[in-house]
Design a protein. Structure first.
Length: 328
């Protein structure tokens, strides 16, 4: 039985909905994890986005409110990643007869490299799934979340939406066919995240990446990805740290981030296990063995950015294994 048929069969044996409204949070994510371009990502506890969704009497999807976006996101449901992904989901289960109103509350910076569009999209999909009483595995929503990513940045990758939806540390083993694997991780692995308030659009950040690489570089990168995944399974933080090196994407994307290498040196000198770019940037992150070190690194990097007249946001988190959650 395919996933969509499973959803249809599940809904056919349930009441049409369990509630008329729901408030959902979905988390930010760190994609690529340095060496795993488009195939690795993990969820964090904060920041994240929230969606309040209500069923209405009039068929179709409306967006009645967006907050926290400084007017940057469209209320037009045909142009918003949340409504577009929800529409794809409803069409797939033959439920375009229902009406849905969406409030989107952005609680995280747009264009941060922390999966802002993914968090919104996942919150919306999890909300409609909850409203309809669909208790199938959340992974059934992944293809619809990728539709939102395709609209947001021109490429339907899953390294943000998969961890936002499933929680934890995620490997995209294959895109055709889609094959997603949740990975274990050390419980005491902390993440320090700093978002320098500069503009690095995702589309442009993808365009500067090399299309061709030599075999020697590819072998090095494969070894690092394998080492990182092995370190996660073995709970070996040292192996995780020495595997998180990127010779393909970081050298070009780092040029878009002010003082990237200076910040990396600061973090490593303070005891970071590893340091790299979150997604397409400009956010950077460091793994540490404890919360105190993560906080110290976050403060140090933010103070450095203040010194060069760049504002910033900082977050400290363990890996979030829960993914989206209903708030009320």
């Amino acid at each position: 039985m395919n996933d969509i048929q499973e959803v249809k069969d599940t809904l056919a044996t349930k009441p049409q909905h369990l509630t008329d409204s729901v408030h959902v949070f979905a988390p930010a994510t760190v994609a690529n994890v340095v060496c795993g371009f488009d195939v690795l990502g993990f969820a964090v506890n904060e920041p994240g986005d929230e969606v309040i969704m209500r069923l209405t009497n009039k068929p179709g999807i409306t967006i009645s409110k967006i907050t926290g976006d400084e007017g940057r996101l469209p209320l037009n449901p045909a142009k918003n990643t949340v409504s577009v992904s929800v529409e794809h989901y409803l069409k797939s289960i033959d439920r375009t007869d229902i009406g849905v109103d969406i409030e989107l509350h952005k609680k995280m910076p747009i264009g941060s490299g922390l999966g802002s569009s993914s968090a919104s999209t996942v919150a919306g999909l999890f909300a409609i799934k909850t409203l309809l009483g669909d208790d199938t595995d959340p992974s059934t929503l992944l293809p619809f979340a990728m539709k939102g990513e395709e609209m947001a940045c021109g490429h339907g990758h899953a390294d943000n939406v998969a961890p936002a939806l499933l929680g934890g540390f995620v490997l995209i083993r294959s895109y055709e066919p889609l094959d997603v694997v949740r990975l274990p991780h050390p419980e005491n692995l902390w993440c320090a995240i700093v978002f320098p308030d500069v503009d690095v659009p995702t589309r442009e950040a993808r365009q500067i990446i090399r299309n061709k690489i030599n075999m020697k570089d590819a072998v090095t990168q494969w070894g690092n990805i394998a080492g990182l995944v092995s370190g996660l399974f073995m709970q070996d933080i040292d192996l995780i740290g020495r595997s998180m090196k990127d010779i393909l994407v970081e050298p070009v994307r780092s040029m878009l981030i002010p003082d990237f290498y200076e910040m990396r040196q600061m973090a490593m000198d303070m005891g970071a296990v590893s340091f790299g770019i979150s997604g397409s940037g400009p956010s950077v992150f460091a793994f540490t063995r404890d919360e105190e070190t993560a906080k110290l690194i976050t403060n140090k990097l933010r103070n450095h950015l203040t010194g060069i007249k760049i504002g910033s946001y900082g977050y400290v988190s363990t890996i979030n294994d829960a993914g989206p959650r209903v708030m009320c």
